[in-house]
Design a protein around this ligand. Structure first.
Ligand code: URA
Length: 433
C-alpha cells in the first residue's frame, strides 16, 4: 500500500478503506510517513469529508495507536465526562465529587491545556500540595476506596492524535467535523470508561460558533462512542458568555466549592445538575432525570459532595482545609473594580475576549512552556440580561501585575455591549442527545 494512492483516492472523493486508514495512522505514528503527505491527506479530507464509517475507523485507529487504560479493576460502571471547552468552564471540579458521592466511580484523566485558563489539573493545583502525578496502582486504589481519582494524561495516550492535531493546527485543517470528533473521541476511548457524557459548547466562546454545528458534532461523537460499545450522552450548552462568574484558576475552584455548598451561580449550577443527571443515569444509580436531580440536591445539602471533594484532595496530597475554608486559597494581591462606561442592559459579552483578559493577567498558557499564575482571574458581577448603571462595578480583576491589569481592563470594557432595551437571557441548555 502507498500513501500516495491514499491521498489520491481521497482527493478524488473516494471512501477510504479501513486498511488504508489504519495504514496511514500506523505509519504516521511510527514516523514512517512524512508530515507533508499527511498534511496533504488532511486537506483532502477537509474538502472531501469522511463518512461515518471512515470517521469511526480513524477514531479507533488513533485510540489503538498507544497505551489504553485498563479500568477493569475498578468496581462499577465508570462514567467519564468531556467538555469541548470554554471560558469559565470549571464543571469537572464540582461535578466529579457530586457523582462520586452518589456511587458513580470517577476515574478521570485530565489535561493542563493551552488556553485562557489552565485545564482541570492546573485548577486543582490551587490546593497546596495537590498532585495528579500518581501511579496507576494509586489511581485504581483511590477510585475503589474513596470513589474518585484524577491523573494527568499520559504521553502515550492516543499519540497519533497528538501528532495529527499539531499538524492540523498549522495546516488550517482543524475545523473539520470528522477530524474534531475522531480527535476527541480517540482520547476518550483510550481512557477506558464504560460511558462518556459530553458537554458540547456552542457560541462565541466555543469551538463551534453555531448551534447547528454544535449539534452535528455532538451527534457525530455520540455515534462514534456507541459504535465503539460505550454508553453515550451529549449535552449542548451555551458558551456565548462565560460560564458562571469566575474566570481563572483558584477563583474558579472557589466558585466550584461554593456550588458544592449550594451557593453557586444559577447557570453553572444548572449545568452541573444537567450533566450530573446524565452521569448518574448512565452509571446505573438513577432511573431518570427527576430522581437524579433529587439525589444531587440531597448530596449537596447534606454536605456529602463537599466532604467527597475534601477526601479526594487529601488523597492526592492536597490540603482539605482549603475546601472548607476557601479564604485559604490564594488570590492575587490586587483586586481592581471594573466600572461600566454606560448605563443599560448587558446585551452581549464577547466571550473569547474575557478569556483573553484572563490570559493577559497570567492565568493561562500561550505556549506549552508558559507558567500559570493560579491566583489571578476575573469575577463577573454582571452578565447578559442584567441592568447596569453608569459607573457601576461590572467585574473584579484579580492581578499581581498592575500593568497587565490595565491592559486587561481596557479589553474587558470593550467586550461588554449594552442595549437600552431589556434583553432576554439565552437558554443555557440547548439540547440533550
Ligand atoms: N479538541 C481536540 O482534542 N481535538 C480537536 O480536533 C479539537 C478540539
Amino acid at each position: 500500500m502507498r500513501m500516495y494512492d491514499i491521498i489520491m483516492n481521497k482527493r478524488n472523493g473516494k471512501e477510504l478503506t479501513d486498511e488504508e486508514i489504519r495504514f496511514f495512522i500506523e505509519g504516521y505514528t511510527k514516523g514512517e510517513i512524512p508530515d507533508y503527505q499527511v498534511s496533504s491527506l488532511m486537506m483532502a479530507i477537509y474538502f472531501r469529508k469522511m463518512t461515518a464509517r471512515e470517521t469511526l475507523t480513524l477514531t479507533l485507529a488513533m485510540a489503538d495507536s498507544g497505551e489504553k487504560l485498563d479500568l477493569s479493576a475498578i468496581y462499577g460502571i465508570k462514567v467519564d465526562k468531556h467538555s469541548t471547552g470554554g471560558v469559565g468552564d470549571k464543571t469537572s471540579l464540582a461535578l466529579t465529587p457530586i457523582v462520586a458521592s452518589l456511587g458513580v466511580p470517577v476515574a478521570k484523566m485530565s489535561g493542563r491545556g493551552l488556553g485562557h485558563t489552565g485545564g482541570t489539573i492546573d485548577k486543582l493545583e490551587s490546593f497546596d500540595g495537590f498532585s495528579t502525578a500518581i501511579s496507576n496502582d494509586t489511581f485504581i486504589n483511590n477510585v475503589n476506596t474513596i470513589g474518585i481519582a484524577i491523573m494527568g494524561q499520559t504521553a502515550d495516550l492516543a499519540p497519533a492524535d497528538k501528532k495529527l492535531y499539531a499538524l492540523r493546527d498549522v495546516t488550517a485543517t482543524v475545523d473539520n467535523m470528522s477530524l474534531i470528533a475522531s480527535s476527541i473521541m480517540s482520547k476518550k476511548l483510550a481512557a477506558g470508561a464504560d460511558s462518556i457524557v459530553l458537554d458540547v459548547k456552542t457560541g462565541s466562546g466555543a469551538f463551534m460558533k453555531t448551534e447547528e454545528d454544535s449539534f452535528a458534532l455532538a451527534r457525530e461523537m455520540v455515534e462514534i462512542g456507541r459504535n465503539a460499545g460505550r454508553k453515550m450522552s451529549a449535552v449542548i450548552s451555551d458558551m456565548d458568555q462565560p460560564l458562571g462568574n469566575a474566570v481563572g484558576n483558584a477563583i474558579e475552584v472557589i466558585e466550584a466549592i461554593d456550588t458544592l455548598k449550594g451557593k453557586g451561580p444559577a447557570d453553572f449550577t444548572e449545568l452541573v445538575y444537567t450533566l450530573g443527571a446524565q452521569m448518574l443515569i448512565n452509571g446505573g444509580v438513577a432511573p431518570d432525570v427527576d430522581t437524579a436531580n433529587k439525589m444531587i440536591k440531597e448530596t449537596i445539602s447534606s454536605g456529602k459532595a463537599l466532604d467527597k471533594l475534601a477526601e479526594f484532595v487529601k488523597a492526592q496530597g492536597g490540603n482539605p482545609e482549603q475546601v472548607y475554608n476557601t479564604d485559604l486559597l490564594k488570590l492575587a494581591d490586587n483586586c481592581i473594580e471594573v466600572k461600566s462606561p454606560e448605563a443599560g442592559y448587558v446585551e452581549h459579552i464577547d466571550c473569547d475576549e474575557i478569556g483573553i483578559c484572563s490570559l493577559i493577567l497570567g492565568g493561562g498558557r500561550e505556549t506549552k512552556e508558559s507558567e500559570i499564575d493560579l491566583s489571578v482571574g476575573i469575577m463577573l458581577k454582571k452578565k447578559v440580561g442584567d441592568c447596569v448603571e453608569k459607573g457601576e462595578t461590572i467585574a473584579l480583576i484579580y492581578a499581581n501585575d498592575l500593568k497587565k491589569a490595565d491592559v486587561a481592563m481596557e479589553r474587558f470594557i470593550k467586550a461588554y455591549h449594552f442595549s437600552g432595551n431589556e434583553v432576554t437571557v439565552p437558554a443555557l441548555i440547548k439540547g440533550i442527545i
